[in-house]
Design a protein around this ligand. Structure first.
Ligand SMILES: [Zn+2]
Length: 234
């Protein structure tokens, strides 16, 4: 009988895992929570206040990853076209890049540490190199202009990013954990809710897979509601 029980147990295990695994989209902040987080940034001592605001807006509204923010250069900004270009490669030998390079070399037998460092920094995947429009709100535009007035590049380490987000989240007294990737998911959810279509959402977020965009759109329910209303309210 065991060969009969086996698939059932496997299915039950998979089902249980699906129900208990925490997904990033569950940690997405609501619009209200995101506003509270931004408010809390301004309470932090300078220059942590501006750094925290820059991080929260770029991650939570434009979907940048922590590694992308840590390596942000003002030369990535096209002020005429109002876009940020996440490049395929930005030469860097920061502590984070060196750690990542060592890890990459460990997992790829054909790759030396030196070779891995040479290709650093690079975004997570090939699809991550992308153009991000930032003139979606005046708040975003002003934040980028103020950043460019002060800095040529993001002035802190990769690990500072988590600390600034954590400081703002603590100050805002938000429930649950707030971390860079949950802000990125917050951006995806925000745009999906506004009704952005799968292909542009995928391009904005730099996902390799269109299914990820479709998942956020399905969860937001906006496209479902729009489609049903078009049919029923005509
Ligand atoms: Zn680096």
């Amino acid at each position: 009988m065991s060969h009969h029980n086996q698939p059932t147990t496997e299915w039950a295990d998979r089902h249980r895992r699906a129900l208990t695994t925490r997904h990033t989209h569950e940690d997405v902040l609501t619009d209200r929570q995101f506003e509270l987080l931004l408010e809390a940034c301004s309470v932090l001592p300078a220059p942590h206040d501006f750094e925290a605001r820059f991080i929260c807006l770029l991650a939570g509204r434009l979907g940048l990853r922590a590694g992308e923010i840590a390596h942000f250069q003002t030369t990535w900004v096209n002020w005429n076209r109002r876009t940020i270009r996440i490049p395929q490669h930005e030469p860097c030998q920061c502590g984070y890049c060196q750690r990542q390079a060592r890890q990459e070399a460990t997992h790829n037998s054909g790759l030396s540490v030196e070779g891995a460092i040479e290709s650093r920094w690079h975004p997570k995947t090939v699809a991550s190199a992308r153009l991000i429009p930032f003139d979606l709100t005046l708040r975003l535009e002003l934040c980028l202009e103020r950043f460019a007035n002060r800095y040529d590049a993001f002035p802190r380490s990769r690990s500072t990013i988590n600390r600034r987000i954590q400081a703002a989240a603590t100050e805002a007294d938000l429930p649950g954990r707030v971390y860079p990737h949950c802000l990125r998911a917050t951006a995806a959810s925000y745009h999906a809710y506004k009704g952005v279509a799968p292909v542009p959402l995928q391009a904005l977020m730099g996902w390799s897979d269109l299914a990820t965009a479709q998942k956020y759109i399905r969860i937001s329910g906006t496209a479902t509601a729009d489609a049903l209303r078009r049919v029923h309210h005509r």
